[in-house]
Write a protein that binds this ligand. Structure first.
Ligand code: UDP
Ligand code: MG
Length: 336
């Protein structure tokens, strides 16, 4: 008998005996929701987050797995993840070799998630886990990208708010997607996850990319809660870097600003040239030294500024063509 046919017969034979068990197991794994949670120095929160999320999933009878990604934490985060895994096999963990930043950690989670749909949320429970149920139900109705949008932004300083407004203004204009209330809290269908994973770019702005890929999408509003414990990992300077990074990886607006600057300086020099020529022919030319210094300084700084922007993009291209991995895994809970 052909080997495959023999194997098929064996499977059928087995299934006759364990029919109920097989059906139950199939139901359990159908519609599996993976919840990816990046964690950086969140040792005190892992246990609580795992419990809160697991309870909600169990109460709503949603088959789930939680994939914690330890983003090179310096505290007990990884030990806590291992402990949570020993207690509950649905909790899994990926440990990165160092801190790769939230986007790197998110992608590590996406690539290790086995679910038919994958949700992404923060470890500090600022994204209300109950909203996951609402997102999952929308996915069951056929939506492939369910975005969590912020109904309110929670507690933030005035400076932070102003900065965020400018950043999202640029991002919304360059992507054509309203990003003012966008968040990293979302649920993606397997198709959308595979599309994201297949993208070759190294610098990823997850928040924008998940909208950019299209698919059938819906949104769910949520209120950003207070952090359960600890502090935000974002200082003002890291936020500034993050903004620069994402603007340059998603948009060429700054390059167009360089062009605009060139046009404005050209118009200005044309007007000023005509003015000084007229003055010259009238016999009273402009006062020399101060004007020359002013012009040199203005043009010099415009040039340096423009070079800086262009240099930034070249650096980005350099980083992209090196094709280094987005993250490196040191261990997982499956094998250490
Ligand atoms: N995070 C991460 N790597 C980092 C910084 C943050 O994985 O380098 C995780 C962090 O553990 C949390 C989420 O990203 O689960 C959001 O971070 P945080 O709460 O500090 O940011 P905020 O809510 O203030 O924007
Ligand atoms: Mg937070």
């Amino acid at each position: 008998m052909h080997k495959d046919t023999k194997q098929d017969m064996e499977t059928v034979f087995l299934c006759i005996f364990c029919e109920r068990d097989c059906v139950r197991r199939m139901e359990e794994t159908m519609g599996l929701l993976s919840i990816v949670i990046p964690a950086y120095n969140e040792g005190n929160l892992i246990k609580k987050t795992a419990k809160v999320v697991s309870d909600i999933m169990q109460n709503n009878k949603i088959p789930y797995e939680i994939v914690f990604v330890n983003d090179g934490s310096k505290d007990s985060t990884w030990d806590e993840i291992m402990r949570a895994h020993e207690k509950n096999a649905n909790v899994k963990g990926v440990c990165l070799s160092r801190n790769f930043g939230k986007e790197g950690a998110l992608f590590a989670g996406l690539e290790h998630a086995k679910g038919d749909c994958v949700a992404v949320m923060d470890a500090d429970l600022q994204h209300p886990p109950e909203t996951l149920v609402e997102m999952y139900r929308l996915w069951e109705q056929g939506y492939e990208v369910v975005e969590g949008v912020k109904a309110s932004r929670g507690k933030e300083s005035i400076l932070h708010r102003a900065f965020v407004k400018v950043f999202y203004g640029v991002m919304s204009r360059s992507t054509g997607i309203d990003m003012s209330r966008a968040s990293d809290f979302k649920l993606l269908d397997r198709k959308a996850v595979d599309t994201l994973i297949a993208m070759p770019e190294r610098h990823i702005f997850f928040r924008a990319l998940s909208s950019w890929i299209g698919f059938r999408s819906a949104s769910v509003e949520f209120d950003v809660r207070m952090r359960e414990e600890g502090e935000s990992k974002w200082s003002f300077s890291s936020l500034f870097k993050y903004a620069l990074n994402n603007i340059s990886s998603f948009s060429t607006v700054p390059m167009q600003c360089v062009m605009l600057c060139g046009v404005i300086t050209f118009i200005f020099s044309l007007l000023f040239g005509i003015y000084s020529l007229v003055k010259y022919f009238q016999g009273n030319s402009l006062e020399g030294f101060t004007t020359v210094i002013m012009l040199l300084l203005i043009i010099g700084s415009v040039l340096m500024f423009s070079l800086g922007i262009i240099g930034y993009y070249i650096a980005k291209i350099y980083e992209e063509i090196k094709c280094r991995p987005r993250y490196i895994v040191r261990a997982t809970t499956d094998k250490n």
